[in-house]
Design a protein around this ligand. Structure first.
Ligand code: PLP
Length: 380
């Protein structure tokens, strides 16, 4: 039985009565490092929480159901999830990656994975003919769509076709839209990444990450990695993310509504040079978004005339907080060049258009009137 999305946010695909023997409505936090066995070769299904824990397992089942995956694994952060995923590759393997990515992912690829002899090329998967970059050693294509922070949109089905033709794994970081608006596995991707810290958790209070996969083979490889490297999500944090996901659908709808209003307001505001929001018909990715996603999300990037104006806005905002991260009920404004993308080489930032006049907004659940009032006073 497969439930509708809103129901899956609360129960996954599970029968609601099968969650816990006690009848607890809120799934219990199994705060136990280890589990006793009745005898040799006779396990309860749980051995040691690094391998699996009932609360983490419940969360993994819910996220797996939301992304229509074969299996999902919950990690201690989005970066822990991507780091574990990179362990399935071997020295000499080449990964073709989108160029505009969360700065931490670029840092991981350039500074940690390259040291372990993985190779990367960074290309604009929203525009370029990526087939020309594929080499005999290429093993995977890695994209974010929409990208952080420039909101570039990649055609997932088109890249999936290329990946299939060349026998490559296709990995999509789906953090910005969440499974509520986009399901990359249904569009032909093999692996989905989430920073669960963002929309899935939704309250700016917990770090988490997910890898969702479409096959037993990938599941076996990643289960081996998680039990070996030990970066699985702790029971209490698993419970917080389970709780956050229960309201995912309703949060995504309202945050998107606020974002559309705010992006439209910014687009007509005289001191704003450009707005990058894929829900605006002027955005180059608008038509692709309409084909492959059920919404546009609530991330809005914009450019102002000068760095002086950036400094003024960041110093003046009162309701909207100047902080990294995104996807929570509280609206945040981020300055990518000194925060999320501080470690990206300047040449790459310039290529991607991440300049000192770019700001990124994560639109939350406050009244949109209050958000517009706060932003407009911050410009002066
Ligand atoms: C698109 C994207 N992927 C991955 C990450 C990393 O997630 P975390 O901060 O949970 O480690 C982030 C963090 O901002 C992100 O924006």
């Amino acid at each position: 039985m497969s439930y509708k999305f809103q129901t899956k946010c609360i129960y996954g695909n599970l029968d609601s009565t099968s969650c816990d023997q006690s009848g607890a409505i809120s799934f219990p936090i199994y705060q136990s490092a280890t589990f006793a066995h009745p005898g040799i070769g006779n396990s309860t299904g749980y051995d040691y929480s690094r391998l699996q824990n009932p609360t983490r397992e419940q969360l993994e089942k819910v996220v797996c159901a939301l992304e229509n995956g074969y299996d999902a694994l919950a990690f201690s952060s989005g970066m822990a999830a991507i780091t574990a995923l990179m362990e399935i590759f071997n020295p000499g393997d080449h990964i073709l990656s989108g160029n505009d990515l969360y700065g931490g992912s670029i840092r991981l690829f350039n500074k940690i994975n390259r040291k372990n002899l993985l190779n990367f090329d960074f290309v604009d998967t929203s525009k370029e003919d990526i087939e020309t970059y594929i080499k005999p050693e290429t093993k995977a294509i890695y994209v974010e769509t929409p990208t952080n922070p420039m909101m570039n949109v990649t055609d997932i089905r088109a890249i999936a076709d290329i990946a299939k033709r060349h026998n490559l794994l296709f990995i999509v970081d789906n953090t910005f839209l969440s499974p509520y608006f986009q399901n990359p596995l249904d569009l032909g991707a093999d692996i989905v990444i989430h920073s669960g810290t963002k929309f899935l958790g939704g309250h700016n209070d917990t770090l988490a990450g997910f890898v969702v996969i479409n096959s037993k083979e990938l599941s076996d490889k990643l289960r081996y990695v998680i039990k070996t490297v030990g970066s699985g999500l702790a029971p209490f944090d698993s419970w917080l993310i389970l709780r956050g996901i229960k309201t995912l659908a309703i949060r995504m709808e309202q945050q998107q509504k606020n974002a559309i209003t705010l992006a439209t307001w910014l687009e007509s505001y005289p001191l704003v040079k450009s707005v990058y929001y894929p829900g605006l018909p002027s955005h180059p990715g608008y038509d692709i978004m309409k084909k492959q996603a059920r919404g546009f999300g609530s991330m809005v990037t914009f450019e102002v005339e000068s760095k002086d104006l950036v400094v003024k806005i960041l110093g003046n905002v009162k309701l909207i907080r100047f902080a990294e991260s995104l996807g929570g009920v509280e609206s945040l404004i981020t300055y990518p060049i000194t925060q999320t993308h501080a470690d990206v080489p300047p040449a790459e930032l310039a290529t991607n258009g991440v300049t000192d006049t770019i700001l990124r907004l994560s639109v939350g659940l406050e009244s949109v009137d209050d958000l517009i009032y706060d932003l407009s006073q911050a410009f002066h």
